[in-house]
Every structure is written in C-alpha cells, then in structure tokens.
Design a protein around this ligand. Structure first.
Ligand SMILES: [Ca+2]
Length: 371
C-alpha cells in the first residue's frame, strides 16, 4: 500500500531554502517524490524573506505548493555615545557598539547596554520594535551607576600571561584578552567579612579568635573557597579568574612583581626576617608595593583564592578570550603568595593551588565586579 505522496515546491523567489519539519531539503524549485502521508510543516526562506505553511499530504497524490515569501526580518544597527558599550540583545551578549544585526526577527526585542568607566558604570535597558527594513537606535541616555567602595578599574585589552623562565605550569607565555572589570583594591578584611557572617548567618572564619589574624583591618583568612565565593555573591561580586588576577597584578608591562621586575625588600608582607609582621598585616600596609593599576598586596600578606579550577597544563590550551580555567579539578587556584612565602613564590605569574574545602591561615581573597 502506498504511504507517500509527491510534493512540488515553487517559491516567489528562486533558490529559497526549503525545510520540511525543520530539516533542510534543498533549494526551490524542488520536487520531493516520496513524502510520508500526513501533516508537514513546509518552510522556505531566503535572506530577509520567509514563510511557513502546513500541508496535509495524501498518499499517491501530487501536491503543487506555491509559497509567496514575505519579509520576516529586519536589519538593526545599535550605536551609543560613548561607543564600545557591551550590548545584550534579548539577554545575550552580542558584542560592542556600534554593532549591526543584519537579520533579526521582526517584533519586540530587549536591549541592554553597559559600559565600565574608571569612576562609574553606564547602563541602559529598553525595548525596540524591529520592523522590516532598516532599524537604527542610538543610545545616549545612559543611567550612571556608582561603584562599590575601593574598587580599581582594569580596562579591556590584551596582556601577556605566564613566564617562560619559570616552572612548567606557567608556560607558555600567551596573550590573553580580558573584558574590562573592577577588582577590589584590597584583600577582603575581617571587618568586611564579619558583616557577611552576621547578615547571611554564615560560619565564622577559622582564626576569628586568634589575635595574630583577627584584627578588623587585616585580611580575612582561614576561609574555604566556597566561603570566599559565597561572600563575593553576597556582595554582588565574584572571585577573580586567574587571568583577571594576573592582569591586575602585573599591568600591561607584564612585570614579575606588582611594582616591577625585581624583588625589592620592604614592598610586601612575606616571610623574611626584616619584615615587621610575623603573620598578616593590615591591608594596604605597603602602598609602594601596589601594582601598576593601584591594586594592593598582590604580593604577599594573604594568598588569594581565584575562581578557577587548577590544571598545571592549562596554559597550553587556554582560550585567548576571557579564560575561566579548567572544567573541573581537585584544587582551586591560589595566587600572590602570603606572609609565609618566599620571594620567588610571590611573583605575579606564580601559580599555586589548594584544596577548596580547607581554610588556611595564609589564604584569603578579594573580589571582582562586573554588573
Ligand atoms: Ca595578597
């Protein structure tokens, strides 16, 4: 018994793509000699034109279908003053202004723009009704948002990550592009962390009763990776990726220490006899040891949890744009060395790691902000 029919598709434009039930069958004009009997969704499109039609195929019958294509899409250009704002179309990041979307379905679409400036954040949120043909929108009425206190702006751009003269896990040196972000100028302090403990009813850090570590303006230590991540989320921030951390520490010149290429005594709280601190020190105690971007204690004091899982071979396969570390692992990345580290271990490229569940007296953290 015959169970198929014949479908002959012609369109108002030649060489339109013909899809049957979502599967591309070829270009018009097109004859399908053995289409199963029953209902099928036939679709044709070319450039900004398209049409869909349901056809009920009968066995043993030839169906002639003519599809009149209509404009289903519009062209949209989004621009802004200032330019180079991040563009989110229907909640998906699509690039920076000015940007052209050559084929966008007609109807309402949401547009969000953000631009990070050193002192403030510009943001815009709205809708556009896209019509057939050309649509243009120019956004210059940004809302100005202020930044949380004590955050440093790190501009978008490339920097060199790694060190070919150091351990294998820091090789090879590779160029990384990062979107702009803000990073805490200081390590998160006990006083700041205590606000979170009280507000979120979170467990206290391990050394909250130990006077060597518990002063309000000292970095919080003895917290697990999840404690640190929870704090960041509570503060509307996140842990830095390893790449963000390294860029904030070494600046555009790829310096091996935050202040330059040579180790200098007295610019960081590490494990040396001449150092006035046996354990942690108040954050920001070494202003001359700040990074080129003005971020403090990126060498020593508390070592710092990063967002990434650690993989010693990661630099060999790291994506070039906004890398976020290994998919999974046993350890989380820890950066910057601590009051308990030797000079070699507080270099900006030095990759250390630790078990995420364990809090240690030499590991703290800081946050990044990307609203
Ligand atoms: Ca530090």
């Amino acid at each position: 018994m015959l169970t198929t029919g014949v479908l002959d598709v012609k369109c108002s434009v030649i060489e339109a793509e013909v899809l049957i039930d979502g599967i591309l069958k070829g270009k018009s004009p097109l004859v399908i000699p053995d289409i199963t009997a029953g209902e099928h969704l036939i679709r044709a499109n070319k450039n900004l034109y398209g049409i869909s039609k349901t056809v009920n195929i009968k066995a043993g019958i030839k169906h002639n279908l003519f599809l009149e294509l209509i404009v289903e899409f519009g062209y949209l250009k989004i621009d802004s003053k200032p330019q180079a704002a991040n563009v989110y179309l229907d909640d998906k990041m699509i690039g920076k202004t000015p940007i052209e979307i050559p084929k966008l379905s007609i109807g309402g679409h949401s547009i969000k723009l953000t631009k990070y400036l050193p002192e403030k954040i510009l943001s815009y949120s709205g809708f556009i009704a896209v019509n057939t043909g050309e649509n243009k929108i120019m956004i210059d009425n940004f809302e100005k948002k202020s930044l949380p206190a004590n955050m440093v702006y790190i501009p978008a751009g490339e920097f060199n990550m790694g060190d070919d003269n150091a351990d294998k896990n820091q090789q090879p040196v590779h160029s990384v592009y990062l979107d702009a972000f803000y990073i805490d100028k200081y390590e998160v302090t006990n006083a700041e962390y205590d606000k979170f403990v009280k507000a979120a009813k979170h467990n206290k850090p391990k050394f909250s009763e130990n006077l060597n570590f518990s002063q309000p303006d000292y970095p919080v230590v003895g917290i697990s990776w999840s404690d640190a991540a929870d704090y960041c989320a509570w503060a509307g921030k996140s842990l830095p990726t390893e790449a963000q951390w390294e860029k904030a520490a070494r600046g555009d010149t790829a310096s091996l220490y935050p202040w330059g290429n040579k180790f200098v005594y007295g610019l960081s709280n590490i494990a040396v006899a001449a150092d006035p601190y046996n354990y942690t020190a108040a954050v920001g105690s070494y202003p001359k040891g700040a990074s080129a971007y003005g971020v403090f204690d990126m060498a020593g004091n508390a070592a710092e949890w990063c967002a990434d899982w650690y993989d010693k071979n990661y630099y060999q396969t790291s994506p070039q744009i906004n890398p976020t570390g290994a998919e999974t692992g046993e350890y989380k990345v820890v950066r910057g060395g601590s009051w308990d580290s030797a000079a070699y271990d507080v270099r900006t490229t030095f990759r250390w790691r630790y078990y995420p569940d364990l809090g240690r007296s030499y590991i703290g953290f800081r946050c990044v902000y990307r609203p």
